[in-house]
Design a protein around this ligand. Structure first.
Ligand SMILES: C[S@@+](CC[C@H](N)C(=O)[O-])C[C@H]1O[C@@H](n2cnc3c(N)ncnc32)[C@H](O)[C@@H]1O
Ligand code: SF4
Length: 350
């Protein structure tokens, strides 16, 4: 929580000390950190989790103070964009303390953007506060506008709460981008309507291909819908013009002529986006993944807990970045139906 003198109760402030910027072996500067603040969630989306998940014991999960210290170490090393994710970031107890504390890096100018990806179930409660701490944009994951389908996809979710969360976010002045996972035979007939809905409310929409992450209860091939097919279906109703707009992420954008809005496609399977990768991910246990699609990882919790000084942590981060791979290679076909990597998206945070 920020105090009146501008410091933070989570502040042990190590940011601003360490100098060496993060550049990987392929000369890509690492400026974007995604942090999973919890592995828990109030939904059980069919492509993300199995219904009966075993969550991590509390002692393994980084405290809010530790998360702050870890994020701040990356900010000191040149990370300018920080995304909180999960699991569901807004179900982590005390999450606003962390947001408040991290916002000091926005005030100092070290951080250009602090944002989050959320299922929006709790957003009505937190939207105004987030905006107050300098969050300008949020990504909301929403795959359907049909309440029964929504319940089927999320198993536990209520569409009304999510829509109220989106309303509150827009009312608070947050920019909202909608992310929808394209699911064969589930929401493919609805994506054109979702484009009209999102653009009608001034929100970008990005469609995402299902990725083979973690064991779930259903076969991946059943869910997998290549975005080339989505694009050709959408082209029957809309004129899609390729545009150069980039957010630094993997999405490729088109302008929808009829709505004037932007539509993104994230195609990890049919199109590789690794060349310009500027990001790394941290789990809520402090494991650093240098690539979403590879198993290689570095433990940052041990150096974090081993010393009050950031030296061991900084050294571990440098060493890990020197191992960032060139890219990944996901495949879902008849021969590869199991997960490409064993962890769920809710672990690495999407
Ligand atoms: C893991 S969630 C975490 C944040 C938050 N709970 C949410 O749903 O926005 C982040 C994103 O990953 C997406 N996702 C989860 N599992 C996926 C998978 N196997 N393939 C593609 N996207 C996935 C979700 O749809 C969501 O947009
Ligand atoms: S996609 Fe997000 S909301 Fe759905 S189960 Fe995974 S973490 Fe939860």
């Amino acid at each position: 929580m920020a105090t009146t003198n501008g410091t933070s109760v989570l502040d042990g402030d190590h940011a601003g000390v360490s100098p060496r910027p993060l550049v990987d072996p392929f000369a890509r500067a690492i400026t974007y950190l995604r942090v999973s603040v919890t592995d828990r969630c109030d939904f059980r989306c069919v492509y993300c989790m199995s219904e009966h998940m075993t969550f991590l014991p509390k002692a393994d999960v980084l405290s809010l103070e530790e998360l702050d210290r870890l994020c701040s170490a990356f900010v000191a090393k040149g990370v300018t964009k920080l995304r909180l994710t999960g699991g569901e970031p807004l179900v982590r107890r005390g999450i606003m303390t962390l947001v408040s504390s991290l916002s000091r890096h926005l005030s100092s100018g070290a951080l250009k953007e602090l944002t989050l990806t959320t299922n929006a179930s709790q957003l009505a409660r937190y939207a105004a506060e987030l905006k107050g701490y300098g969050v300008e944009r949020v990504n909301v994951s929403l795959d359907t506008l049909d309440p029964a389908r929504f319940r089927a996809i999320t198993r536990w979710g209520e569409l009304d709460k999510v829509l109220a969360g989106i309303d509150a976010a827009q009312a608070a002045g947050l920019q909202v981008k909608i992310n929808a996972v394209a699911l064969k035979g589930v929401n493919e007939d609805e994506l054109a309507d979702m484009v009209a809905w999102a653009h009608g409310r001034g929100m970008d929409l990005t469609v995402i291909e299902v990725m083979p992450l973690g064991d779930i209860d259903e076969a991946r091939l059943e869910q997998y819908l290549p975005l080339s097919m989505v694009r050709s279906q959408l082209s029957e109703r809309y004129t899609l013009d390729d545009i150069d707009y980039r957010t630094g992420g993997p999405a490729r954008y088109v302008r929808v002529k009829e709505t004037g809005g932007r539509l993104g496609f994230i195609t990890p399977l049919t199109h590789n986006f690794c060349e310009s990768c500027n990001r790394v991910r941290i789990t809520c246990t402090g494991t650093l993944y240098m690539c979403l699609g590879q198993e290689d990882a570095a433990d940052l919790r041990s150096p974090l807990r081993a010393s009050e000084s950031n030296e061991p942590l900084d050294a571990a981060i440098d060493e890990a970045i020197s191992r960032k791979p060139k890219g990944h290679d996901f495949v879902i076909d008849r021969r590869h139906q199991g997960p490409a990597v064993s962890r769920h998206m809710s672990v690495t945070g999407g």
